[in-house]
Ligand binder design. Sequence first.
Ligand code: COA
Length: 259
Amino acid sequence: MIFENLLTTVENGILTITINRPDKLNALTRKTVEEIGAAVKNAESNKGVKGIIITGSGQKSFIAGADITEFLGISVEQGKDLARSGQNIFKSIENCSKPVIAAVNGFALGGGCELSMACHLRVASDNAKFGQPEVNLGLIAGYGGTQRLIQYIGKTKAMEFHMTGDMINAEQALNLGLVNYVVPQAQLLPKCIELLEKITSKSPEAVSSVINSINAYFENNVDGFKVETDEFGKCFSTEDFKEGTNAFMEKRKAVFAGK
Ligand code: COA
């Protein structure tokens, strides 16, 4: 697929999506968000893709937020529509059946912080900065940021984060549980690849069941235990389960087909 604001490459089954507006610190236009959604949707059905990395172009910024110039002069209804559309696309990333890692290579502000939180894992470079600075603009987060940050760092810090608009550095993000790892910039993509290679060597069916079950905890009106029960049961019907248990019995490494 050809995109206006993204670069995409597939190497050894890993799709890397790079938001490519470095002169605007990779700020997210509506079109860019739609392109990210389309790239992830395409990856879902592409058998050649086993895992996804989302990162920003350059060494300064992952994403410095939604593109503020697109906010000027929009109505209440247009604002709601923008939020709904962004939320739906970010939910599709969160619910992607293949593992998605945010490689946070600098500023992750506003929509950038929100996009990183919609990914399953976050690895930050040591110069990364996270923040939800929308209050400085008389706004709040609209792509799920008020809902997801609580899931990672709890209500106490989420309130402070959103109400002050302050930025935190990578080490603070690590201590709060917002990111999985902090590494030097040069190690960022290698670390993400290492993680994805480990995850994609496991049963894709089981990994997808992990994603569904853990996400279910945070869904309103969904019984997460019931989802876990169903996903657990489903595993017994897969080729991957047969291969995994056979390999254990035969004392060899399992080779999963993802079926
Ligand atoms: N939307 C649109 N353009 C943005 C942007 C955003 N969210 N963030 C940065 N840019 C643009 C700047 O306008 C500037 O463009 P210009 O060169 O045409 O003037 C360019 O990106 C570089 O940004 P600049 O502000 O000069 O870089 P800096 O290093 O001085 O500051 C930030 C970096 C991230 C602190 C600063 O750009 C910033 O505060 N951005 C907005 C963050 C924000 O509020 N995000 C939430 C939006 S809802």
